[in-house]
Design a protein around this ligand. Structure first.
Ligand SMILES: *[C@@H]1O[C@H](CO)[C@@H](O)[C@H](O)[C@H]1NC(C)=O
Length: 353
């Protein structure tokens, strides 16, 4: 018999209150643990997935332009003997030279893990400042890791940047199994992430859209807000579920289908919300993973950084410190249980500091 069979039976069928009390006590103990370890949200997103597929959505008024032209195309960046397992496209602002340098010297150095190839590139728009552009071209010659579009690089244009990177991936790196979209102030534990993706099983993974889910977010209708969304762009009361834009992973089929459906979906300036809207349209539900930090910055703690996938709002100095925590063998990655314990520790530490 199930361990819970006896108390459940006694409480609900025989109405013995002592057993009900015991059940309530067990639930009261278990719930915080399930929440703290992220298991609750992960299962919620998993069980909700079948109900989230497909939706008609609104049609486009005008086509999206400027996402297929490049100042720096870097079209050969993905070529090589073996197609990469993971393509990391780091969204960066033109002036963030130091952040890019820090990523190159830390987590972005990883080119291979356990026989799986990794490519990492930075994605930018047009700075509309000739001296910055000259520096970028110099940087591109030196590092060969920039992709630059022709649209004006502003906060409200971040959705164009995401569309461009999805299309770049589909055109110049179509063989990569997974695409990580990540901001330039995020630290990534590559070993942990790659182990997890490898563990997702099949050789040809499909339908994957993985990150930290934002649940039931309401659009902000105040036109002066940085996060403003017009009724014309999205008329609903709440956005569909979407993964935090700080870092999320999609399988290549999702990248391709989203970039296709985006051509007939009105632009919402919040790129992560827009991704959620498009994914919903093509019938892909986001999956929650508690190891993505979303907009949380975890304190620099070795146990924490070994197990989590990402940490946000990292300055170049913090990136170097976090990278040093994973030294000497750069071993990230944890067993399931250690990972859950680490999450609790990370959360408690970030609340306390
Ligand atoms: C986005 O980029 C386009 C093309 O460069 C530009 O015309 C537009 O002003 C930009 N939008 C914002 C909100 O910056």
């Amino acid at each position: 018999m199930l361990p819970w069979g006896r108390p459940v039976c006694r409480c609900f069928l025989r109405r013995q209150h002592r057993w009900c009390l015991l059940l309530a006590l067990a639930a009261a103990l278990a719930l915080p643990i399930l929440v703290l370890t992220g298991i609750f949200e992960e299962h919620l997103s998993f069980f909700l997935a079948p109900f989230l597929r497909g939706s008609s959505g609104s049609a486009l008024q005008r086509p999206v332009s400027g996402v297929d032209s490049y100042q720096i195309a870097n079209s050969g960046a993905c070529r090589g003997p073996d197609p990469p397992f993971l393509l990391c496209l780091v969204v960066s602002a033109p002036s963030h030279f130091q952040s890019r340098q820090a990523i190159r010297q830390t987590w972005g150095r990883t080119r291979e893990l356990g026989g799986l190839g990794i490519r990492r590139l930075f994605v930018l728009g047009d700075p509309q400042a000739p001296e910055v552009q000259a520096q970028l071209e110099q940087e591109s010659v030196e590092h060969k890791d920039l992709v630059q579009g022709t649209f004006h690089d502003t906060y409200r244009n971040l959705t164009l940047k995401t569309l461009m990177l999805l299309r770049w991936a589909g055109t110049f790196c179509p063989e990569a199994l997974f695409l990580l979209k990540v901001d330039d102030d995020v630290f990534v534990n590559m070993k942990g992430l790659v182990d997890h993706l490898r563990g997702l099983g099949s050789a040809r993974p499909e339908g994957i859209y993985l990150g930290r889910i934002h649940w039931g977010v309401r659009p902000i209708r105040d036109p002066t807000s940085r996060y403003y969304t017009s009724e014309a762009a999205f008329s609903g009361d709440r956005f569909p579920l979407y993964c935090s834009g700080t870092a999320y992973v999609v399988s290549r089929d999702v990248a391709w289908r989203v970039s296709a459906v985006a051509l007939e979906t009105p632009i919402v300036a919040l790129e992560d919300v827009y991704m959620g809207i498009c994914a919903r349209k093509v019938g892909v539900a986001p999956q929650h993973s508690a190891w993505f930090s979303g907009s949380t910055q975890y304190p620099l703690d070795p146990f924490c950084y070994r197990c989590i996938f990402t940490s946000h709002r990292m300055t170049p100095t913090m990136m170097e410190k976090a990278w040093a925590l994973l030294a000497p063998d750069r071993e990230g990655g944890c067993s399931w249980l250690l990972g859950r314990l680490a999450l609790v520790r990370c959360k408690l530490l970030s609340w306390l500091t």
